[in-house]
Design a protein around this ligand. Structure first.
Ligand code: ADP
Ligand code: MG
Length: 343
């Protein structure tokens, strides 16, 4: 009897699986400028490039309706897609929204979800132009596809960082992860004692970072005003370490990241301590901050050095020097990625 080979998806991991599946799908159309492997695909639309990306959120995997209000979920589903367009230095234009709905959901519930979709569309100047609606055996699925555009000379890939480029990140890191820990704890306490009211007010910032992440379109507009084109960029969805690895891999470089430069919000820092977790580990490996991680040439440093919301956290180095993490006590250790694992 022949035994069929069976490989667990976990053995390859998410990125290994995508690599394997996409083998042999080399783009054949001349308009396909960039296919699989960046935050969005890049299509030559004549005068400009069109950007296209898609992201799916599943109940029980990406969100728990015990603490995720439906309006916020609708907003987040659009915002995380806008974030991928931002990561290409582009501007979002249209979305389609597809839903899988079980009979647990009422019309009113779906309307709430769409209030959030609408808020995000209004905030980011995006038109809802279609989608698909189907029933789901269990749970809620929301999948958004997004179109954006970028001037050809301003598109930014993950692959064009240069040695000695400065590594920058916007906003702060780790808060969305710590916010999730707070909501998980409150949920467990609520399940144990439904009389209890959740105590979330002292955690408002970090909980908001998890429930209602913003896409950093403000930064994209500033790049244009400051006349900066980053050499490489990605949005921080899986965690800083995991996401800088994509830039390293695709640019063929190593990196040095400095612990004392990691931007961590005070509430996130204190709450991490309350949970006995290392705030730096949250900043390095916690996902879903949706900040922009990018590299710029040394010549552009002057333009961003006084920016209140852009932090320089390291520099790109030759591949042979590896990916290093310089601790507060000046020890140089290997940077390891323990980002969000789907499998
Ligand atoms: P991001 O985190 O920025 O949304 P992903 O890590 O999800 O990006 O995806 C990385 C790349 O792999 C993207 O170019 C994406 O379009 C592509 N990709 C993901 N899943 C598949 C799939 N099942 N088939 C083909 N391409 C995929
Ligand atoms: Mg991305």
């Amino acid at each position: 009897m022949s035994e069929e080979k069976r490989t667990e998806i976990g053995e390859l991991g998410e990125f290994g699986l995508i690599e394997k599946l996409s083998e042999g799908f080399e783009p054949g159309n001349k308009e396909t400028v960039k296919g699989i492997g960046d935050d969005a695909a890049v299509i030559d639309a004549g005068e400009k490039y069109t950007l296209i990306s898609t992201d799916m959120l599943l109940e029980g995997v990406h969100f728990d309706l015990a603490y995720m209000p439906l309006q916020h979920l609708g907003y987040k589903a659009v915002a995380v897609n806008v974030s991928d367009i931002a990561a290409m230095n582009g501007v979002p234009k249209q979305v389609t929204v597809s839903l899988g709905l079980s009979n647990r959901f009422s019309v009113e519930a779906v309307e709430l979800l769409y209030e959030g979709v609408k808020n995000a569309c209004t905030e980011y100047g995006v038109d809802l132009v279609g989608g698909d609606t189907t029933s789901s055996g269990a749970g809620l699925v929301i999948s958004v596809s997004i179109l954006g555009e970028v001037a050809k000379e301003r598109v930014v890939y993950r692959s064009q960082a240069m040695e000695n480029d400065i590594v920058c990140v916007t906003g702060d890191l780790g808060a969305a992860y710590v916010g999730l820990q707070v909501m998980e704890r409150e949920k467990q306490e609520y399940l144990a004692n439904p009389e209890m009211q959740p105590k979330l007010d002292t955690y408002d910032y970090i909980v908001g970072r998890q429930l209602k992440p913003k896409a950093r379109m403000d930064i994209i507009h500033e790049f244009s005003e400051l006349n900066i084109v980053p050499t490489a960029m990605i949005d921080v969805s899986d965690g800083l370490a995991s996401d800088i690895f994509h830039i390293c891999k695709q640019s063929g470089l190593g990196v040095a990241i400095y612990e004392d430069k990691l931007p961590i919000d005070k509430q996130a820092y204190e709450t991490a301590a309350e949970f006995s977790i290392d705030p730096n580990a949250c900043a390095l490996n916690g996902g879903e901050d949706y900040e922009l991680l990018f590299t710029i040439g040394q010549d552009d440093f002057e333009k961003i050095k006084n920016h209140a919301d852009i932090h320089t956290i390291g520099y790109m180095q030759a591949k042979g020097k590896g990916k290093t993490f310089v601790t507060r006590s000046n020890n140089v250790v290997e940077l390891t990625a323990q980002g969000w694992k789907h499998f």
